[in-house]
Write a protein that binds this ligand. Sequence first.
Ligand code: GDP
Length: 577
Amino acid sequence: ARLRVYELAKKLNMSPKELLQELEELGVSVKSHMSFVDEEIANIIIDLLEEDRGKKSKQPSKSKRESDEEIEKEVVEKKKRRKITLKPDELKLDIIAEKIGVPQNKIIQDMFVKRGIALRPGQILKLEEVDQILKEYKVEVELEEEQAPEEEIDEFELLEKKYQELYEKEKDKLVPRPPVVTVMGHVDHGKTTLLDRIRSTRVAEKEEGGITQSIGAYQVEVNGKKITFIDTPGHELFTEMRARGAQATDIVVLVVAADDGVMPQTIEAYNHAKAANVPIIVAINKIDKPNANVEKTKQELVEKLGLIPEEWGGDTIVVPISARTGQGVDELLEMILLVAEMNEIKCYPEGPARGVIIESKLDKKMGPVASVIVKDGVLRVGDAVVAANTYGKVRNLFDDRMRPIKEALPSQPVMILGFEDVPDVHSNVYAVESVEKARNIVEKRLERLESQKQTKKHVNLEELMKMMQEKDKKILNLILKADTYGSVAALRNAINKLQSKEIELNIVHAGVGEISTSDVMLAAAVDGVILGFRVKVNNKARKLAEQEGVDVRTYSIIYKLVDDLKLALEGMLEPEE
Ligand code: GDP
C-alpha cells in the first residue's frame, strides 16, 4: 500500500508543507506533496517524527541510550563478517539483509533516514542501492560471476549450443534445404483457403485416400523442389515458437485481401515477422473479386507497413493471387523458392537430427504423438530422442499423409511415435546416442527446473539500468497498445522524443486494442516491455506475462507513461507493485 505525502501529512496532523520541511530536516528527499510513500516507510516516518518531537522536549532517556548500546553491539557483530559474496540474481533486499546479518527493517529504516533511499522488503535492488547498503554497513562484497556449477549444466540446452557451434565451424558442410513457410495475415483474408489450395493442387490425388488428416504441416513439390508449409496459419503460433527458442519458419507469406487492404492484424503479423527477421512475401489475395483493388492495396503496403513493392522500385516481392481460383498461386510458389535461394536456407545434413515440435498430443490409440519439422540431419526409426520435457525412442515415423516412413530429411514434417510423455509443443528435439542418455538429460533437467521453480525472467524496466551498463544491450524493445490510432500516433511521437545516444527505444509493434497473449509472446520473444495506454490486459495475457516474466504496464495518462520511461532510462524507476 502506498500513500501520498499529503495524505501522510493529514495522518500526522500537519500541513503537507510542514511535513516536507520536517522530512528535509531528516535528510529525506521527497519531490512534492503528490509523491508516493510506501506504507512501511510512512510508518517509519511517523515513528521518527514522534521520536523527534520527544527529543526536542526532553533529553534522551535511558532506554534510548541502551538501544544505542545495542546498536553499537550490532555493529561490532557485523564487523566480524564483513565480506560477503553475492550472485547477480541475489540482488534482493531480503537476501542481502540475511547475508550481512542486519534485519531487513533496520536496513529500510537506515537507508531511508540516512540516505534518503526508499526500499521495500524483498525488493530487487539496483546496483547503486546495493552499493549504498554495503557502504552503510561497511561490508565488502564480491560479486560472483554467474557460473553454473558442474552438475547444473543443462545438457538439453547444450545440445542446441553444440549445433550452433557446428554451424559456425563447419560452414562448408552446410547444404541447402527446402524452405519452411508460415502463412500470416488478417482474419478472413484467405490464409486457410490458400493453404488448402496449394495442398490440394500439389498432392497427387491417386495416393490412396488422398489427403487425410493433417499432422500440422505438409510438403509440396514445385519444379522438382520442395516447400514445407506449416498449416496452422497465424503469427501467434509463430511468435510463441520463437519465444520458446524454436524457430521453424524460414519465410513468411503475408496474405492481404485486395478488397479489404491492410488491416490491424496485417500490421500485427507483419511486425511479428519483422521482429523475427524472417523474409516476407506479400500475397495480395482475392483478385477475382469485382471490388478487388490491387493498386490501392499496394499503396497501403507502402503507407502502413513501409513495404515497397519491387515493381515500384522497392525490394518486397508482391504477388497478386486468388486462392479461390488458383490464379497466381504457382507464381507465388516460384517466388517462395526464389526467396529461399536468395536467403540461403541451409542445414547440416550429417550428424544427429535436430527438429522443432509443431504439434503434440496424447492419442488414445497411439499414445504420445508429436509432429516435428526436421531441421538438420536425418531422423530415423529407432533413434533415441530428447525434447525439453521428455524423451523416447522413435517407434514409428509417419509422413504428412500419414504413410509410414523409415527416415525424415531436413525440412520434412513428420509425426513421431515413441515419446514417453507428450512433449512440449515448440520444444526443440534432438537425436542422441542412446535412450539412457536421453532419459538422463531429461531427468536431470526436470529435477533442476523443479528445484528452481523459477519463471523465465525477461527484461523489465527496472533492469534496464543494469542493462545499460552492459555495452552490447542498448536497445529497449517496446510493444505499444492503445485505445485509438490517434493515441498510438501520440505515443510514438512522445517516445521518439526520448531517443538518446545511450539507448535506442525500438517500437517492435504498436496497435489498437487490449493487450493480448500474442503481444506477450512477442515481448517474450524480443525481450521487450509492453506499454498499454487506456487499454486493458486480458486475463490470459496477464497470466502468460506472469509465467514469462514479461513486464506489462498500463497507463491512462500519457505523460505518466512518458515519465516512467524517462525514469527507466535514467535508472530511477520504482518497481511496479
Ligand atoms: P482466413 O481467416 O485468413 O484463414 O480466411 P479463409 O481462408 O477462411 O477465407 C475467408 C473467406 O474468404 C472464405 O469465405 C473464403 O472462401 C474466402 N476467400 C478466400 N480466398 C479467396 C479468394 O481468392 N477469392 C474469393 N472470392 N474469396 C476468397
